[in-house]
Design a protein around this ligand. Structure first.
Ligand SMILES: *Cc1c(COP(=O)(O)O)cnc(C)c1O
Length: 467
């Protein structure tokens, strides 16, 4: 007997579902932000992205307080940018601003949303390896706090935009620290073979060029070493390498370099299995502050003002996607000819098809990401079954949840809740197969409200030119 038989396939694990999400006492319906999942689907449709507003705000505050508090402990301070590409809407940008986070954008479109939300332009960072001249001009005219320079060509482009606007612009230089972190380890090389940033060895020449322009105010180096990082070793190596050139850069600039931005990428748990290993924010913040303090001492400089750019860590866990089950089918694993005829002790896999898929969550297809699922409209005493939740698209890689366990009586019409879809789901969504994008509903205090309208088929047809 394997231990899966004793696993509670009805449990709502608060390490992956939004804080406070639980089953109601009467009929076991999942409630998020005090609202029943069944009501949400009835009122707003299926599939549906659900965002718990209080949980999002609380997480944003905790991350900001942890990173700022630890920076202050070592004698400096920190600015925490929310990396908005994880999920951006006018209202979420407002929540972040209200909770004291600055905002990173990476395109003219994201800049537009942040400005429409009334975010103070001085608290916006503008990223991108190929910002157009018009995007740069818009950013300079809007007065964005910092533009992150990603190539030598951009130095002159941004300088030209400042001259045209008669403004001065704070800029950071994005460098490749040569450190690339993945979930469990990191790789440090002299050069990184990827499109973002400039080699660290080019930084002195580039800073010389930057400071030669009246309109550019060089504030420091930036690096972003990867995403879904579970250990701080990569940040340590990266901080060391970047701060290692700060004395030289200070000589070139004729003054101290005031800031260091270490990017985002803090890992989160997508499944209960990952929850034990996922770093907690307080630990990461403490380690990062110590790392920077140590690396500054090594480099012989005062600890600079720090900046961080978490995305998924801020919004991932506060989002849930609700789907409706359409069809199910059983596949006998013993007959598939795979090396292991059983999976977790099961000889059969239950395929559950839902009314969305890779169009609303591209991450399993893009990255092989894991997700966790529960039945949301009821609980069940049925024995556990090994399940794979798949979408409705014409693609065998259209998988939402690769492997999990649910009560075996899951059936058409059931509502499923997939956890940790708050980051990079809506923002990476597509209209593959002409499937309309679902709405995003924010829940708070027992009520739901649409914060991003869903599309209809008519919206999609309207884009086609009819001859
Ligand atoms: C994507 C990105 C982030 C955020 O990454 P997360 O893994 O969501 O924390 C931060 N900074 C930059 C430059 C990025 O490209």
């Amino acid at each position: 007997m394997t231990d899966h038989r004793t696993r509670d396939v009805n449990a709502i694990d608060d390490r992956v579902f939004p804080r406070g999400a639980r089953r109601g006492s009467e009929c076991g319906v999942l409630k998020i932000g005090g609202v029943r999942a069944t009501e949400l689907v009835e009122q707003f449709g299926s599939p549906l992205y659900v965002v718990d507003e209080d949980a999002t705000r609380a997480t944003a505050r905790e991350i900001r307080d942890a990173l700022r508090g630890e920076a202050q402990r070592v004698g400096t301070d920190a600015t925490v940018y929310y990396a908005s590409k994880a999920f951006l809407s006018v209202q979420t940008a407002q929540w972040m601003a209200e909770e004291g986070l600055a905002i990173d954008v990476a395109s003219g479109g994201e800049l537009m949303v942040a400005l429409a939300a009334g975010v103070d332009p001085a608290k916006i960072g503008f990223h991108g390896n190929n910002k157009s001249e018009s995007e740069i001009a818009r950013a300079v005219e809007a007065g964005v706090g910092t533009i992150i320079i990603d190539s030598e060509i951009e130095v002159a482009r941004i300088a030209a935009a400042t001259a045209a606007a008669g403004k001065r612009q704070r800029v950071r230089l994005r460098v490749n620290s040569g450190v690339h972190a993945s979930t469990h380890d990191y790789l440090a090389t002299a050069h990184e073979d990827q499109k973002f940033g400039m080699p660290l060895t080019d930084a002195p020449a580039l800073v010389r060029e930057i400071v030669s322009h009246e309109g550019l105010d060089f504030v420091g180096l930036h690096c972003h070493i990867g995403s879904q990082i579970f250990a701080t070793e990569g940040f340590r190596e990266s901080a060391r390498r970047l701060l290692g050139v700060y004395v030289e850069l200070a000589e070139i600039a004729g003054r101290q370099i005031p800031e260091l931005n270490l990017g985002g990428g803090f890992g989160i748990a997508y499944t209960p299995e990952q929850a034990a290993e996922a770093p907690n924010v307080a630990d990461i913040a403490r380690q990062l502050a110590d790392i920077v303090a140590e690396a500054s001492t090594e480099a012989g400089i005062a600890i600079p003002h720090l900046a961080f750019e978490p995305g998924r860590a801020v919004v991932g866990q506060s989002g849930v996607t609700l789907y409706t089950v359409g069809t199910t089918k059983r596949v006998d694993l013993t007959g598939t000819g795979e090396a292991a005829p059983v999976d977790r002790g099961y000889t059969e896999r239950l395929y559950i098809s839902v009314d969305g898929g890779m169009s609303d969550n591209a991450r399993p297809a893009l990255y092989g990401s894991d997700y966790h699922v529960r039945i949301a409209n009821r609980q069940s005493e049925a024995a556990p079954a090994l399940v794979r939740v798949v979408g409705k698209h014409c693609e065998s890689g259209d998988i939402v949840v690769y492997r999990d366990e649910l009560p075996a009586d899951v059936q058409p019409g059931d509502t499923l809740a997939v956890a940790v879809t708050g980051a990079y789901c809506w923002s990476l969504s597509s209209n593959y197969n002409f499937v309309p994008r679902p709405a995003v509903v924010a829940v708070r205090g027992g009520e739901g409200r649409v914060i991003v309208r869903g599309q209809t088929e008519a919206d999609l047809l309207a884009q086609s030119i009819v001859a």
